[in-house]
Unconditional design. Structure first.
Length: 457
């Protein structure tokens, strides 16, 4: 069972030898490519979001805090998990290990936990209080840490879709370069003046709610910009911008050749500037470039007809001076795939050498303009990226094609992270079952760790 750092038993059970959970689990409900099998490794977790191993091959798992409001780091000891650190901001977005320390990414912070259990906030003040957070960190061969910083809004404009407006009315996005804006303003019912009838708010791009823009206003460059990739020394010093123009760079990692790859989850048809049919993209990252947000999706301008919601206006460009032609993705995924943690396979006995396996979390949009969200065809699965052919194929998916909460089967719900362990086995974190109609709230004790092996392992 779980125990806390003081040795006191917690109120729920998680034992790797017991499937004591409120969630029905049945690996046979999952289709997987021939030659592999999938098993439940652990259950009863609360919205697990990240996993890492130390030099002694010990497993650590992070719970996001989206269930109980107490994000924490767990260590697997003798077939049960112990809490080794808690009290982080909600949510933890991931954990990483490097040179004897665990790096915890949580809202607005990166915290370093040392071998002796002491901890230090090495990076603070990240702009993560909006829609998207700072990602887990990864490490380069030259001793730097890298991480992604998500945007405050969906598409550059604060609107009534942003639940945080009433408590953080001055929050907005900041660009990663000096930009000139066309100066459009977007009209909404003013949610900050509920007592006044027929009051409207005019909000411009890269401005707080209710602050309008003039034509050709300029915005200065911010290092810790919305939608940027950043790097720093291992102690958090000397923060630099690597690239910007991402919406939700939820995960990034170097391959064995030192090349950096990153996920980016695209626009949704929500808010004052809804954009339909945006892809979720996997990028090979080149330093110093702008990758298109808030005006491009997958290298294409949002002024193309396919991006117009059925019940909304055709999106217009916000930036008059585009820093560069946005690069095309390495591969793209369907809208609402919501790609998350991935890993490179370097075990030829498992599968093609160097290919990427990636967790697809599924849609998180709860309100939309335009077509309703379809659960079929995107998300709630594990996919493989053929790095030579630059193609994507489904590796493991529920046989129904739907998340387990919809089909009532015992397979995947919310795959959030994937890694190959020291034993060359693939481990998958499944955050658990959502509360009905609320993609951000999870049922306690329904998080799962799955593992995938070759049949001959």
């Amino acid at each position: 069972m779980f125990i806390d750092k003081y040795g006191r038993p917690l109120l729920f059970t998680n034992n790797l030898n017991e499937k004591n959970t409120s969630r029905y689990l049945n690996p046979s409900d999952i289709y997987i490519q021939q030659g592999y099998r999938i098993e439940v490794f652990a259950s009863g977790l609360d919205s697990p979001i990240g996993m890492t191993y130390n030099d002694d091959k010990e497993m650590f798992v992070a719970e996001s805090g989206l269930v109980a409001g107490n994000p924490r780091v767990l260590k697997l000891i003798n077939d049960h998990f112990e809490v080794i650190a808690d009290g982080f901001n909600v949510p933890i977005s991931g954990i990483s290990y490097n040179q004897g320390a665990i790096y915890v990414s949580h809202r607005g912070f990166i915290t370093k936990i040392f071998k002796d259990g002491t901890r230090q906030n090495i990076i603070m003040g990240l702009p993560s209080n909006g829609d998207h957070y700072n990602s887990p960190v990864t490490f380069s061969s030259d001793g730097k840490l890298y991480f992604g910083q998500g945007t405050v809004t969906n598409s550059g404009v604060v609107g009534n879709d942003n639940a945080w407006v009433t408590t953080s009315p001055l929050l907005c996005d900041y660009p990663g370069d000096y930009v000139i804006l066309y100066g459009q303003n977007f009209e909404t019912d003013n949610i900050l003046t509920e007592g006044i009838s027929d009051d409207t708010a005019l909000t411009g791009a890269f401005s707080p709610y209710g602050i309008s823009n003039l034509p050709y206003e300029t915005r200065k460059m911010y290092i810790k910009a919305s939608g940027s990739l950043l790097r720093a020394n291992l102690d958090g010093s000397n923060i630099e911008q690597v690239a910007w123009g991402f919406r939700d760079p939820s995960f990034l990692k170097f391959n064995n050749n030192g090349q950096l790859y990153a996920t980016n989850n695209g626009f949704s048809a929500v808010g004052s500037r809804p954009i339909e049919n945006a892809t979720d993209d996997f990028y090979y990252v080149m330093n110093g470039l702008w990758y298109g947000w808030p005006d491009y999706s997958g290298g294409d301008a949002v002024t193309l007809p396919r991006f117009q919601p059925s019940n909304g206006p055709q999106p217009e460009l916000l930036l008059k001076n585009q820093p560069n032609v946005p690069p095309k993705p390495f591969v793209s995924f369907p809208h609402n795939s919501n790609i998350r943690g991935f890993d490179f396979n370097y075990n030829k006995d498992f599968g093609p050498y160097g290919d990427v396996y990636i967790a697809e979390y599924g849609s998180t949009a709860s309100t939309r303009v335009g077509e309703p969200i379809s659960y079929a065809g995107a998300g709630h699965r594990i996919s493989r990226i053929d790095m030579k052919a630059r193609t994507v194929s489904t590796f493991a998916i529920n046989k129904s094609g739907f998340p387990s909460s919809i089909s009532k089967e015992g397979g995947f719900e919310r795959p959030s992270y994937l890694t190959f362990g020291p034993d060359s086995i693939m481990y998958i974190l499944d955050m658990g079952m959502n509360v009905t109609d609320n993609p951000d709230t999870f049922v306690p004790n329904t998080g799962v760790i799955w593992r995938i092996l070759r049949d001959n392992m």
